[in-house]
Design a protein around this ligand. Structure first.
Ligand SMILES: [Fe+2]
Length: 162
């Protein structure tokens, strides 16, 4: 069994801490979802495992080089846990600077409702992660981050598009 840890960021809230624990436990119990995982060379693969009135759970697979791009979560708090491999996270701070770190298998990270990040598989091996959002995602705003640290909104996606 992999020893899981939970990390924090400046926007972490009690809610996101709970979500990180939920993601951590789900990532640990791969028997519940491993048979559903696919790998897609065209882009990261994802599938919703669960949704109810309070939260939803997604599983995502990442081949080397696949990434999300910068995005928010439309006002939802969230968390993700790495179940296999490693993922690099680039979080945008309030002053436009970025913080970067790598989450290894066994690590989870919760974030608040105003969080903007990019998640990437920069390794040479596939990765799998479990994501939890509360409330259920309704929109996602996608951004470009200019060299000067300015976030430029590219588009807003509605949940029907996923
Ligand atoms: Fe995200």
């Amino acid at each position: 069994m992999v020893r899981m840890t939970v990390t924090a960021d400046v926007s972490r809230t009690p809610v996101s801490k709970d979500l990180a624990e939920r993601a951590r436990l789900l990532a640990e119990n791969c028997d519940e979802w491993l048979h559903r995982v696919r790998l897609d060379p065209q882009g990261r693969w994802y599938e919703r495992l669960h949704a109810d009135a309070d939260h939803e759970v997604w599983i995502i697979s990442w081949l080397p080089g696949q990434s999300t791009g910068f995005h928010d979560h439309g006002g939802s708090a969230g968390a993700f846990a790495v179940a296999l491999g490693s993922l690099k996270e680039v979080a945008v701070n309030g002053n436009g600077t970025v913080s970067t770190w790598t989450l290894e298998a066994g690590q989870a990270h919760g974030f608040g409702e105003h969080y903007i990040h990019d998640v990437r598989n920069v390794s040479t091996a596939p990765a799998i992660s479990v994501h939890v959002y509360a409330p259920v995602l309704s929109t996602i705003n996608r951004f470009d981050l200019s060299p000067s640290g300015e976030l430029v909104t590219l588009k807003t996606e509605q949940s029907e598009e996923w």
